[in-house]
Write a protein that binds this ligand. Structure first.
Ligand code: A2P
Length: 340
């Protein structure tokens, strides 16, 4: 018999994504029974609002998950590595927003608009992985094109907002802008270089081949979600001084020819996408417009004349919502509708 309500835990409740998780659960009227807000000892005793009530933040420990039905993790890979197993042992289903479990073959990596049916594999380990923010918005846009014309190759460059690196990163951008306007010394903690008025082609750590881990995440995760283990994908990921929403330039080569008009029409009918593409009116997706919204916005749709069958796209979405909290809550909604 279905439960009327589900006890939910948010690990990383005080963080940038954790805040959005509370908001999205509330907005979408997720049937929350008990809400457990978990963070580090730094936040002990703090109160946060959920559904019109103040909830005390508890310090995460191995016993935090008794009677929890669904645990949403967004406190970094090390925290997930240590605390997801006790959450699962306590009987919770975990939706993990970190990279820690994403590539495990027995853990589904899910974007509901693309591969919702993979959620059934949660039964193997009671863990579902939420993909990387940049991957999520890209695969939402790629899926309808792949279904219609089979994608052969993807070249993506990202313009990623600082909120993707957490609250401290947002503070760092604000403080650097203020310091520069006041002729003070710019302090760097989260980013390896000044992020204010700059672009940094370095997200996550560098690998031996000269790519960053973020770039490899986009490659591996796109293949796994689309179910195409050898799809040709290459990425350059860049941090830009924008607070919210990631933008991406995506070049797609397909087996079958698609005109720009055909791609627009496909994307207009696709779930989760809003086509914003009227250059004559200066209309194209913008980070500022996508912020706080649920959709993935696609525009600048045009044919790539340098190859036989190529399309260029500009794809923008709120990285904290569709790129993280919203995608996790959409997974939870399907989980309770079809499985729990
Ligand atoms: P806290 O606020 O107590 O440090 P962001 O990505 O915005 O930086 O947020 C990270 C989130 O993960 C915060 O809620 C943070 O809690 C939480 N977090 C970080 N490290 C731990 C830890 N060791 N145990 C529990 N929560 C943690």
């Amino acid at each position: 018999m279905k439960k009327p309500k589900y006890n939910v835990a948010i690990v990383g409740a005080t963080g940038a994504v954790g805040e959005q998780m509370r908001e999205v659960l509330e907005e979408r009227k997720f049937p929350v029974g008990e809400m457990r807000l978990l963070a580090s000892e730094r936040s002990a005793g703090q109160f946060l609002e959920f559904d019109g009530r103040q909830h005390r933040v508890s310090v995460l420990n191995e016993n935090s998950f008794e009677n929890t039905d669904i645990a949403l993790f967004s406190a970094g890979g090390t925290v997930s590595a240590k605390y997801v197993p006790p959450a699962v042992s306590a009987g919770a289903v975990v939706i993990d927003n970190t990279a820690h479990f994403r590539m495990a073959p027995d853990i589904p990596l899910v974007v509901p608009e693309v591969n919702a049916s993979a959620i059934s594999d949660y039964k193997k380990r009671r863990i579902i992985a939420n993909p990387n923010c940049s991957t999520i918005q890209m695969v939402v846009a790629l899926k309808p094109i792949h279904d219609a014309a089979r994608i052969k190759r993807v070249v993506v460059s990202t313009y990623q907002s600082v909120s993707g690196a957490g609250r401290q990163a947002m503070e760092e951008l604000s403080q650097q802008v203020a310091a520069l306007y006041n002729s003070k010394v710019v302090e760097k903690k989260k980013f390896p270089h000044q992020i204010a008025f700059n672009c940094i082609p370095h997200i996550d750590v560098f690998m031996e081949d000269g790519y960053t881990k973020e770039e490899w995440k986009m490659i591996h995760e796109t293949r796994k979600i689309l179910g195409e283990p050898s799809l040709a994908v290459t990425a350059t990921t860049v941090r830009v001084p924008v607070f919210f929403s990631h933008s991406e330039s995506v070049n797609v080569e397909t087996e079958k020819k698609l005109t720009a008009a055909e791609v627009k029409s496909l994307l207009r009918q696709a779930p989760g996408i809003i086509v914003a593409d009227a250059p004559e009116n200066n209309l194209y997706p913008l980070a500022l417009d996508a912020t706080g919204k649920d959709a993935t916005y696609v525009g600048r749709i045009r044919e790539d004349h340098s190859v036989q069958n190529g399309i260029n796209l500009w794809v923008v979405a709120d990285n904290l919502r569709k790129g993280a909290a919203l995608n996790a809550v959409q997974i939870a909604e399907i989980l309770i509708r079809d499985y729990l």
